[in-house]
Design a protein around this ligand. Sequence first.
Ligand code: NFS
Length: 659
Amino acid sequence: MEDIKNLKSVDKVAEEILEWGKQHGVKSAFDRAESLKPCPIGHTGACCKICYMGPCRLVGPDAEETAAGICGATLPVVTARNFLRMCAAGTASHSDHARDMAFTLLEAATGEAKDFQIKDVKKLKKVAGILEIPTEGKTKEQLGKEVAEKIIENFGRQKGEVSYVKRAPKKRQEIWKKWGVTPRGIDREVAEAMHRTHMGVDQEPENLMMSAIKVSLADGWGGCMFSTDITDILFGTPTPVHSTASIGVMKGDEVNVILHGHEPTLAEMVVEVSTEPDIVAYAKSKGANGINLVGMCCTANEVMMRHGIPTAGGFLNQELSVMTGLAEAMVVDVQCIMPAIAQIAKKFHTKVITTSLKGKMIDAIHIEYDEHRAKDIAREILRLACDNYPNRTTEGSRVSSFEPLIAGFSHEYIEYMQGGSYRGSFRPLNDAIMAGRIRGVVGIVGCNNPRIAQDSYHNYLATEFIKNDILVVSTGCGAASCAKAGYMTPETALEKAGPGLREVCVAIGIPPILHLGACVDNSRILTIASHMVEEGGLGDDISDLPAVGIAPEWMSEKALAIGVYFVASGMYVIFGSESPVEASSVVKKIKTDLWEKRFGGKLEFINDPQVIFEKTVAAIDGKRDALKLKKYEPGKFGAERVLMTMADRRKLEKEQAAS
Ligand code: NFS
C-alpha cells in the first residue's frame, strides 16, 4: 500500500483527467484537499460551536481532564455531542429521502402522480405483510395506499416502535429493549437528538452515545429500509443486470446526461422518456446520435440496479466528469453534490440543473421536480441537454475506457439464486460458511474522500478479502470503486478469489463482490444478516455471524449513521481515516468497549488498510471459533450439502412446474 500514499486516485480514468486538469489549470476537490488541511481541533471532535458563547476549543496537554467550554462542558461531552449530531444529520438525510419515496408511493396509488405505477406487486404484498396490513381482496392501488400511509406514520410516530424493528432477530430486539434504544418514530429520534445536543441538556457522554445508537437505528431499520422497499415496489426489485463503469462511459457522439444525487424518482422518469422517439429525434436534430444517460453517486446505483445504466463513478468523480467537456447536463437532487460542480461547469458547456427545492445551487439552472408532472419535467431536462449539444467544444479530457460489471443483487435475488423460486433460502450460503468454503462476509460501503487516494482502500480490501475466501457485499461509492476496477464480474472469481469462494461463485454464477445498490440499500445487508441468522447454524443473533462492516474512505454524516446502526445491530464496524472522536479517550472507549459489551458490535477508526484487513480477518476467525465452526484453511473444506448449479436449478424448477 506504500506506493499509493502519494497518489490522488487509483481510478485510471480519473488519474488521466486529473493530469489534464493540472495542465489546464482546472482544479477540483483533489487539489483543494491538498491546500486546505483539516482543522486539527474540529477534526478530532474537540471544537464546540453549539452556542454563541464560543466556539470553544478544548485543547491542551490534559484537555480530557482539565479543559472545559464557557458553560463547563468537558471534552468527552463536547466530542460525544458532535458525534451524536452527525448521526442525527445522517439519519435525517436518508429518512427525508425515504419520506419523499413514501409520498410518491401514496400518490402513485391514489393516481395523483400519474407517471408512477406500482411495478412490484409481490414486494408490495410482502411489505404489507410485515406491516400487518391485510392484503386479501385489495387492488394493488388500495394496498399501495395503505402501505404508504403506514410508512408515513412511522416518521411522526410518538410512541411504540418503528415498524421494521421486528424484522431483526428476536434476541437483537430484546437487547435494544433492555438498553432503551428501540427507535420510536424516525422524526422523534432526530428531534430528540438535536434537543439533547442543544446547549445545556445532555451532559453525560455515555447517555449521548446511547442516543447516537437510537437515532441511527431509526435510520437503518427505518429510513434506509423503508426507502429500499418503496423503491423496489415502485420501480421493481433488482435482479442481475449488465452494465459498465468509469467516466469513460460518456460518449463522444451522443448527448450525455449525468444523473447525480440520491432519490431515484426523477431519474427513473428520465430513463423512461429517454427512449421516446420524439426525444431521440430531437437529439438527432441537434446533430447527436442519441442520448446517453450516465449515473453518478447513489442515483447511479439506483438506475444501474434496475436498468443497467452505466455509472461514471462515485462522489469524487462528479467534478472530473464535467472536465471531460462531454456532459451536456448534470441533473442533481439531494446529498453528496459538491457546490463546486456549478463553478467548474462554467469552464465548459455543461448545464448543472438542480431539481429539488431542498437543494438549490448558485450558478445552476433550477427546474423544480414535481411528481405530478414528472415525465414532462424529465422531457424538459432532456430537451435542454439536447439544445446544449451544439455548444460542445473540443475542450476537455476525453477518455473512452470502461469496465463491465454485473449489478442488481437485491436480497431477494440473493435468496433466489441459492435455490430458485421454490427452494430459495440462505441455506447454501450458511452451509458454505460453516464448511469453511466461505470464511465470512464483509460489507465494504460508503464514500470516497480526497484525503485518501480515491478507491485505493476500497479496492485493496475487496481484492484481499476475496483472495482469502471472504465474500464481499458492496453498496454506494464502494460498489462504484470495485466496478470501475473491473472486480464485479463472475470472471473475477476465477482470477482473484480464493479456492472456496471461487467454487461457490462459479457454481451459482455470481461475482465474488456483489453490488447491492445505493447507500440506503445497506438495509439489504441488515436483511441478509437477519435471514442468515434465521436460517440457522450461525448463532442466534447478528452479532454471532462471521461478518464485518467497513467504510474505508468515508466522509459523510450518513456514513456515520450507517456505521452506528450496524454496530447497534451487533456488527464489528471499521471506518478508514482518523477518528472524529479522537480527542476523547472516554468517548473512544464508549464506542468500542461499552458498545461491544452492550450490543456485541463496536466502531473503530483505523487509517491503515493493512491493519483494517488483519483486524477484519481476526474478527471473522474469532466468530468462527466462537460458533465452533471448522477452522478455516484455504482449499480444505468440511462436508456440506451439494451446491445447486444454474442447470440444477432450472431442472428442478421445470420438474416442479410440471408437477
Ligand atoms: Ni453513501 Fe457517501 Fe454519497 Fe452514496 Fe457516495 S458519498 S454515505 S455512497 S454517493 S451516499
